[in-house]
Every structure is written in C-alpha cells, then in structure tokens.
Ligand binder design. Structure first.
Ligand code: FES
Length: 150
C-alpha cells in the first residue's frame, strides 16, 4: 500500500492503494466517481476513457502510481450541469442507445476537440475508432462530434 495524492476534476484526493491499482478502480471504488465505466479491462474498448493531462487515456490499464502527478478529468468533471458542448451535441443527436459506452465516447471526443476544433470526418473517425459501441451508434457518434465542432 502507498498513499497517492490525485488531482481529479479540479479537486484534490488522497487514496491508500497498491501502486499498480488501475486508475479506473480508484475512481470507481475509492472515490465513487462511477461515471467512468469498466468494459474489457485490457485497453480494447474505451469505456474507461478519462483525460490525463488532456489526453484520452484508458484508465483500466493506467496505474494509479502514474496518475499521481497528473491532472485528471472524468466525465463528472466535464461540466457541473452536464452541459458541456459535446454533451449538448450528444443530447441533440440522441446518440445513446444502452448508454454504457457513452462516457468513454464523450471523453475521447472532447480530447479530440480540445486539440482540434475543426476535425475532418476522417480525423473524427480516426480519433473515435478504438471506442467500441455494442449498440452500433457509430453514425450518431460521428454526427454528434461533427455538430459539437461547428
Ligand atoms: Fe478500459 Fe475497455 S475497460 S478499454
């Protein structure tokens, strides 16, 4: 066990966990930030995506020991009222079907748009490519990312 100080959504937290504990489980189990989802646990689906220093990161394989000096943002930190422009675009397009993967999709999309405010269709597809949606909402995800970029 070790103590880690974490900066998440602009707040400071302290947790006592094993160094190799994935950030996903610290967020969910230690801190109650359950908006970040578990899908595969092996960096293959994107459900667990958060931002680490502004970059989309799969928290299921990101050890808490690496997160200690980083600025972390989860879906809960995008906006207080759920009205981040990407979330509004998601609502407008009515993207979600079952909804399970959507926090990860939105975190990947916001990481893209924070770096590239006017992505091409190809750039959107490339950025979103690794986020799996079992309901197959890909066409609406594309549409919502493009809408948020306008
Ligand atoms: Fe992390 Fe699937 S749960 S990529």
């Amino acid at each position: 066990m070790a103590t880690y100080k974490l900066q998440i959504n602009g707040r400071s937290y302290e947790v006592d966990v094993e160094p190799d504990t994935p950030l996903l489980w610290v967020l969910r189990d230690n801190l109650g930030l359950v908006g970040t989802k578990y899908g595969c646990g092996i960096a293959q689906c994107g459900a667990c995506t958060v931002h680490v220093n502004g970059n989309a990161m799969r928290s299921c394989v990101y050890p808490v020991s690496a997160a200690a000096s980083a600025k972390i943002t989860t879906i809960e930190g995008l906006s207080e009222a759920g009205d981040h422009p990407v979330q509004l675009a998601w609502d407008e397009v009515d993207v979600a079907q079952c909804g399970y993967c959507q926090a990860g999709q939105i975190m990947t999309a916001t990481a893209l748009l924070n770096k590239n405010q006017k992505p091409t269709a190809e750039e959107i597809d490339n950025a979103m490519n690794g986020n799996i949606c079992r309901c197959g909402t890909y066409h609406r995800i594309r549409e919502a990312v493009a809408l948020a970029a306008t």
